[in-house]
Write a protein that binds this ligand. Structure first.
Ligand SMILES: [Zn+2]
Length: 131
């Protein structure tokens, strides 16, 4: 299991965002209340948040199986911003609102597709095969 704190010599391994859990990669990207706030702000389908994963890559792969490439690439952009927000908190002491993190991610892509469109407009890969 990837333990991020092993990169931070001499610090404890508690998540500095929430202070509740060990700071693993999957915690920072998905399970931390701060990450959940950003992902929910974007409307990521709750089923992708409810399931528990040990490894971040397994979570992303599960999502990639169901969403189209554009939505997955937007998710990666969001995760990258969640990571930056975490680093800003740790290294610069900057506290950032979930909305701000989401909007910065959205600003990086002109045609940013909002996750909650998934349930209405976007067709899952499985459904595309059927029709
Ligand atoms: Zn946390």
């Amino acid at each position: 299991m990837c333990k991020i704190s092993s990169f931070r010599d001499g610090l404890n391994d508690t998540c500095l965002k929430c202070g509740n859990e060990r700071e693993t990669l999957i915690h920072v990207m998905k399970d931390c209340p701060m990450a959940q706030a950003v992902l929910k702000f974007g409307g990521l389908n709750n089923k992708f948040l409810a399931r528990s994963y040990l490894r971040c890559i397994d979570w992303i792969e599960d999502i990639a199986r169901e969403l189209d490439n554009k939505a997955v690439s937007n998710l990666i952009t969001i995760l990258w911003n969640v990571w930056n927000s975490r680093n800003n908190r740790i290294f610069k002491g900057v506290e950032e609102d979930a909305k701000v993190t989401w909007e910065r991610a959205a600003a990086l892509s002109k045609d940013f597709r909002i996750f909650n469109m998934l349930e209405n407009l976007m067709v899952s890969k499985k459904a595309e095969v059927k029709t």
